[in-house]
Design a protein around this ligand. Structure first.
Ligand SMILES: [Zn+2]
Length: 356
């Protein structure tokens, strides 16, 4: 497919959490978190425990809408909702289908409920239910992978079961890896388990020669926000893609930030170093090549885009279907989604409040 200079294929977000779209404005923790595990426990694990199927649906729908508005047509999603596991992946795929965006999702299996000891010693009922949700969704023909939260919240038994399930369905495992220091032994624990089709998000605390197979997904904004350190992703031999870790799906914006962070570390680095990650993303979700995005900027070139703000899609065609025309979405009522999502967030925030 020939592309004009102001066009690209659909952008791919290689690591997203659609369940977090409603988090903006949620009740804050009682005291300011002082570590990565503190951030997980006092924010994200409170949010995911409060999700029900309805809020998952509206969160995914808002996230899908905002992805489209950023020219992203394919999302590789990682989902968790420990109190609404069964059917959760259907909520996400239905919401994305209705918006007209492509999604590959998975349920992030974990043994962290109810235990707070890391790593847990044995497989929990929650992990079993998470594996079952991955199996059910894949069995019914859903586009997805097998999700793992992260090695440090999983027993060895759970890691092995997830790997076996992925093999059974001929898909990869999508997991967080060494995002914080607390997960720095993940490479040892998964040394003989990973495969080339696995997706490893973050890798901040991986050794250079970590020995794991799979694509590493760099999430610069999230890593900076969580103060986990710089992944310095050029050091890896693995393919490296780019994700947002749930903070929207604007890949041009993430590219620009990723480049600024890289330059802070290395004054000689060109923007192509980060642009290449978007090419890895294409390999991870090749259907994006059937999609065409026309942009508000005349030349979609990394040296231009590294220094151009506010670049937005004007026209989007996904699998031959016109989704956006002259900046207007043709498939959905964007204002209605925003309004329904806002109502859902009020209910969600009340449940978060009630937990504490
Ligand atoms: Zn993540």
């Amino acid at each position: 497919m020939d592309l004009a200079e102001n066009q690209t294929h659909g952008m791919v977000c290689a690591h997203h959490h659609l369940y977090s779209s409603l988090a903006r404005g949620m009740p804050g923790p009682q005291s300011s978190p002082r570590s990565f595990i503190n951030i997980l426990q006092s924010i994200w694990w409170k949010l995911d425990q409060a999700l029900d199927l309805e809020t998952i649906y509206w969160s995914a729908k808002l996230g899908a809408l905002e992805a489209l508005e950023s020219g992203t047509t394919c999302i590789i999603d990682h989902h968790e909702s420990p109190n609404a596991i069964e059917g959760s992946l259907d909520m996400i795929s239905t919401a994305c289908n209705e918006v007209g965006i492509r999604v590959n999702t998975c349920y992030g299996v974990t043994d962290r409920h109810p235990s707070a000891n890391f790593p847990p010693k044995s497989m929990t009922e929650g992990a079993r239910r998470g594996l079952d949700e991955n199996r059910r969704y894949l069995n019914e023909g859903g586009t997805g992978m097998v999700g793992l939260h992260a090695a440090f919240t999983c027993s060895n038994e759970t890691l092995d079961h997830a790997a076996a399930l992925a093999k059974e369905f001929n898909v990869g495992v999508h997991t967080h890896i060494a995002e914080g220091q607390i997960d720095s032994d993940a490479a040892d624990r998964l040394q003989d388990t990973t495969q080339d089709n696995w997706i490893l998000a973050h890798g901040v605390h991986l050794q250079n020669e970590h020995g794991l197979k799979g694509a590493i997904i760099h999430n610069p904004r999230s890593n900076m926000n969580n103060s986990v350190g710089y992944a310095a992703p050029k050091r890896f031999d693995n393919p490296v893609g780019l994700g947002t870790d749930g903070i929207g799906a604007d890949m041009i914006e993430e590219f620009r930030l990723g480049y600024a962070r890289l330059r802070e570390d290395d004054i000689t680095a060109p923007p192509t170093d980060i642009w290449k990650m978007l090419e890895t993303n294409i390999a991870l979700f090749p259907e994006c090549q059937e999609d065409i995005v026309t942009w508000s900027y005349p030349k979609m070139d990394s040296w231009h885009l590294a220094f151009s703000t506010g670049v937005k899609p004007t026209d989007i065609v996904i699998a031959g279907k016109v989704i956006m025309k002259e900046g207007v979405l043709m498939t959905v009522d964007a204002e209605e989604i925003r309004s329904k999502a806002s109502e859902a967030s009020t209910r969600l925030f009340k449940r978060i409040d009630d937990q504490s």
